[in-house]
Write a protein that binds this ligand. Structure first.
Ligand SMILES: O=C(O)c1cc(C(=O)O)oc(=O)c1
Length: 297
């Protein structure tokens, strides 16, 4: 029995995903995934909004190999708050094949930032999704942005589309490369050429320092796994084809807070050729872009 009790409605990550039909190119990067604990080794944060099942680095490497990927970008999960030990441990045991995005507080010291950099961290995450965190005030986020800028790091932002109008000016004031998680979570019941998604496309179009992850069809889709997430494809394809040098893809394993189903990771990989229909786009999405952002040195 572990130290933590998993949430009663928690869905465990898929135990036997299918082998993808799409063969990912050699050297591909899964640029958005997480590790959870294990909780008895790396305790979940006091202030967390959910308690997940464990999802260890070794289980992540096994999935990476099974799906045909070479590298991972591990994003600090909110259940670990600003305690990056599980993330750093995974990075330190990755043989250089994983890089990280941390969560930090405004009082972090330069020495602590240097230690994270040495482990392979290349960015920080600012989260605005209310069910996941109590967001830090803008001035604290501004302080963090100024502290991480000299390291050449970027900022990953997670928000839901209805929040974008309010957050737009803050986002565009950020002084680094900014990576939007999961396309800014569009409401895909609205049209792909409608005003809500247009604001996100404008953000990308007018701010060349903005990148987007075209991940998480399983969180956005209304047709779900039975429809192979087809309804999300037009949104993701629009982003990939318009901003081909500023897009990333990730599994989002182990898929925190999925409530209606747990995706088959092989099926998620099979969405890639639909949203990046040419080999050249697939190379940029899976290799060139993530390598430039995370393995530039
Ligand atoms: O939508 C979510 O629940 C979610 C949560 C987290 C996290 O807890 O860090 O990360 C994600 O990328 C997505």
């Amino acid at each position: 029995m572990g130290k933590f009790t998993v949430d009663a409605d928690w869905l465990h990550w898929h135990q036997s995903p299918s082998k993808p039909e799409f063969v990912v190119p050699e050297g591909a990067v899964d640029a958005h995934c997480h590790v959870f604990g294990p909780g008895d080794q790396f305790p979940f944060a006091q202030e967390r909004k959910y308690t997940p099942c464990d999802a260890s680095k070794d289980q992540l490497w096994a999935l990476r190999d099974y799906l045909g990927f070479s590298r991972n970008v591990i994003v600090q999960a909110t259940c670990h708050g600003a305690d990056n030990r599980a993330l750093v441990d995974a990075l330190n045991h990755s043989n250089g094949m994983a890089r990280g995005v941390a969560t930090v507080k405004a009082d972090i010291t330069d020495e602590e930032l240097q230690a994270l950099h040495a482990a392979g961290v290349r960015g920080v995450r600012f989260n605005f999704v209310k069910r996941l965190v109590d967001a830090l005030p803008f001035d604290s986020l501004g302080t963090i942005a100024e502290k991480i800028k000299p390291l050449g790091w970027h900022i990953v932002i997670y928000f839901e589309s209805q929040e974008l109008p309010e957050l737009y000016d803050f986002f565009t004031s950020l002084p680094t490369t900014v990576v939007v998680d999961h396309m800014g979570r569009p409401d895909i019941s609205k049209p792909v050429d409608g005003s809500e998604f247009a604001l996100f496309l404008k953000l990308m179009e007018e701010n060349k320092n903005f990148w987007s992850k075209v991940s998480c069809p399983e969180r956005l889709s209304l047709v779900g796994p039975e429809g192979r997430y087809e309804d999300v494809v037009p949104f993701a394809r629009e982003v990939v084809t318009r901003f081909e040098d500023r897009v990333l893809w990730g599994t989002d394993w182990p898929h925190p807070n999925m409530k209606n189903h747990m995706p088959d990771d092989g099926h998620l990989v099979d969405v890639i050729p639909k949203i990046a229909p040419t080999e050249a786009l697939q190379r940029k999405l899976l290799i060139d872009n993530p390598m430039r952002l995370y393995w530039a040195d």
